[in-house]
Design a protein around this ligand. Structure first.
Ligand code: FIX
Ligand code: ZN
Length: 448
């Protein structure tokens, strides 16, 4: 029998319990099951230097967020003992981890969100890192894990029921693995794949050249004939089938405009690729197209994955695409804090637009709180508040734990606000809405 909630205390208790109990569908990660190989030493002994499944202590400590943070403390160029980038990249993964541990954890308080995240992971794994900061001892524990069983452990503790991957077809390592055998994914239905196609819009001429090399005649990158369009569509259909992808995705620079503003032939061709290749195939299959806009790649190339930057995007490009392609479904997340309000208002105008997550540099308590409040006040529960973007399996533990606490605080306020008007809120309704936010809205949008 549903229980009516009449006080803030009752609401808070119900919200936090419902969040703990709610299985999560994580709609965007960079995680993989063991069938994609792992470079991490472990009890199975089966390691693969270029393996894609990252997990464990040294991967946690060398997450690219922490690489950029350690270069704040130990600069690359300094008269007093810096560490040149190329020297850092020559270190082993363990040596890189030790460098980061020393400078960001031992010699100063690990208060940044990415540092705290490592501590939360270790705490949730029961490793009591406060009692001993010896990486060697901690490493021994991880080396005893079997990756397959470790996935079960992490998914259980984090209560994540489904992991949505990012599968970049233009990445040679990943593509070759798929071409070797699509059974890669069959092994673990908890992992769903996403066809990731950034180069098609970030650099159409280069993408067209690659497609042609792979046997799909996509033209010269400056013009698109009907044949090129058909071949580009054939490429997408083949890879969507191979990966059993549940949506298509790409990230875009802050300069992305629709329609393309530069007179450049390549930009015009890229716009045609969007209009004639990507969106028609997504629409025919009822697949959402995810645009993650605002990432300026490699502003500091020497930092590699850690060298990307945020820039303000043009939300009107999203508005025009949603308006001009009503049969398409769009997942959109923007990287700049300054774009969040305009994106929320855009979502009020288009039912084919589902906004999601506090992406990357927004995935910090202060901004998760601000953005979630804004979304609930403008959109109610018709949005997807968070994704983890985890690159290392264990990060599911901290990214979801931290977000549950903050989003829970906001939800408790919002439910209490309506309780205060005399509106009858029950525990069942709270659970239903939390299911919508952390699972249902995503699955329903896929099926719509
Ligand atoms: O484009 C993306 O999927 C970004 O999330 C990544 O490229 C980025 O490096 C990341 O992992 C941020 O959290
Ligand atoms: Zn990502």
């Amino acid at each position: 029998m549903p229980k009516r909630l009449t006080t803030r205390t009752a609401v808070e208790k119900t919200v936090h319990q419902a969040l703990r109990d709610q299985p999560i569908v994580d709609m965007h990660t960079h995680l993989y099951p063991p069938t994609f190989g792992t470079p991490v030493p472990n009890r199975t002994g089966k390691t693969d230097r270029d393996g894609l499944m990252l997990w464990g202590l040294d991967e946690l400590l060398t997450y690219h967020y922490l690489v950029s943070e350690v270069y704040r403390v130990v600069p690359a160029h300094s008269r007093k003992g810096g560490l040149a980038y190329e020297e850092f990249w020559k270190l082993s993964k363990q040596q890189q981890a030790e460098h980061i541990w020393k400078h960001l954890f031992v010699e100063r308080a690990p208060v940044s969100e990415a540092c705290r995240g490592v501590l939360t992971c270790l705490e949730l794994l029961g490793l009591e890192v406060g009692k001993n900061k010896d990486l060697g001892k901690l490493r021994k524990w991880f080396a005893q894990q079997d990756p397959s069983k470790y996935i079960d452990k992490v998914m259980k503790i984090s209560n994540v029921e489904s992991i949505t991957m990012t599968n970049p077809v233009f990445d040679d390592n990943e593509r070759e693995r798929w071409l070797k055998g699509a059974e890669l994914l069959r092994g673990d239905p908890r992992f769903k794949s996403v066809l990731r196609i950034d180069p098609i819009l970030r650099d159409w001429p280069k993408a067209a050249k690659k497609l042609t090399e792979w046997g799909f005649n996509a033209g010269d990158g400056k013009t698109l004939t009907q044949k090129n369009i058909e071949e580009g569509q054939r490429f997408l259909r083949e890879w969507l089938d191979r990966q059993e992808a549940i949506y298509m995705a790409l990230s875009l620079p802050p300069e992305f405009r629709y329609p393309a503003e530069s007179g450049e032939a390549a930009d015009k061709a890229g716009q045609m690729a969007l209009e004639k290749i990507i969106l028609p195939v997504a629409a025919e299959r009822g697949l959402p197209f995810a645009m993650m806009i605002g990432s300026k790649m490699r502003v500091n190339p020497a930092l590699r994955d850690a060298g990307d930057m945020v820039g303000k995007s043009d939300v009107q490009a999203v508005v025009r695409l949603c308006a001009e392609f009503p049969k398409n479904k769009f997942f959109v997340t923007l990287l700049a804090r300054e774009n969040q309000h305009e994106l929320c208002v855009a979502a009020r105008k288009f039912g084919n637009l589902m906004i999601f997550g506090c992406w990357w540099f927004l995935n910090n308590p202060v901004l998760i709180e601000e953005i979630t409040r804004m979304r609930l006040e403008l959109l109610g529960t018709s949005m997807i508040p968070q994704h983890s973007d985890s690159r290392v399996l264990d990060q599911l533990l901290y990214k979801w734990q931290h977000s549950r606490v903050i989003i829970g605080r906001v939800l408790a306020d919002k439910f209490t606000d309506i309780v205060d008007t005399g509106w009858p809120v029950t525990d069942e309704e709270v659970k239903q809405d939390i299911n919508r936010l952390f699972r249902g809205n995503f699955l329903e949008f896929l099926a719509r």
